[in-house]
Write a protein of this length. Structure first.
Length: 99
């Protein structure tokens, strides 16, 4: 009886962890080596569903993120991917910092 309960708990735990979402942050490209990151932050978001961009896919770029934050001089860029349901849906955010 205890083995059956332990098996059910193990299978449930595996299913729960494999179907949960995870977040990947690629804090990348510092475009300026010296100086502050910047006071302003801009974001552009899109989704990828089953490997196909949503209608906002083309709007997720550095230019759009800088425009949304009122940034004219970009100093750092971050890419944030949040995968849901084993990566079938990916929410992608481009975040820029600057002045």
């Amino acid at each position: 009886m205890k083995k059956q309960i332990l098996s059910v708990v193990a299978v449930a735990a595996f299913a729960l962890t494999s179907l949960s979402s995870c977040v990947t942050v690629s804090s990348g490209a510092a475009l300026t080596e010296k100086g502050p990151i910047g006071q302003k932050v801009g974001e552009a978001k899109s989704s990828i569903i089953l490997g196909i961009w949503s209608s906002k896919g083309e709007q997720n770029n550095l230019k759009e993120a800088a425009k949304n934050g009122g940034i004219t001089k970009v100093s750092q860029v971050e890419y944030i991917d949040k995968a849901i349901f084993l990566g079938l849906v990916i929410n992608r955010t481009t975040r820029v910092y600057g002045e």
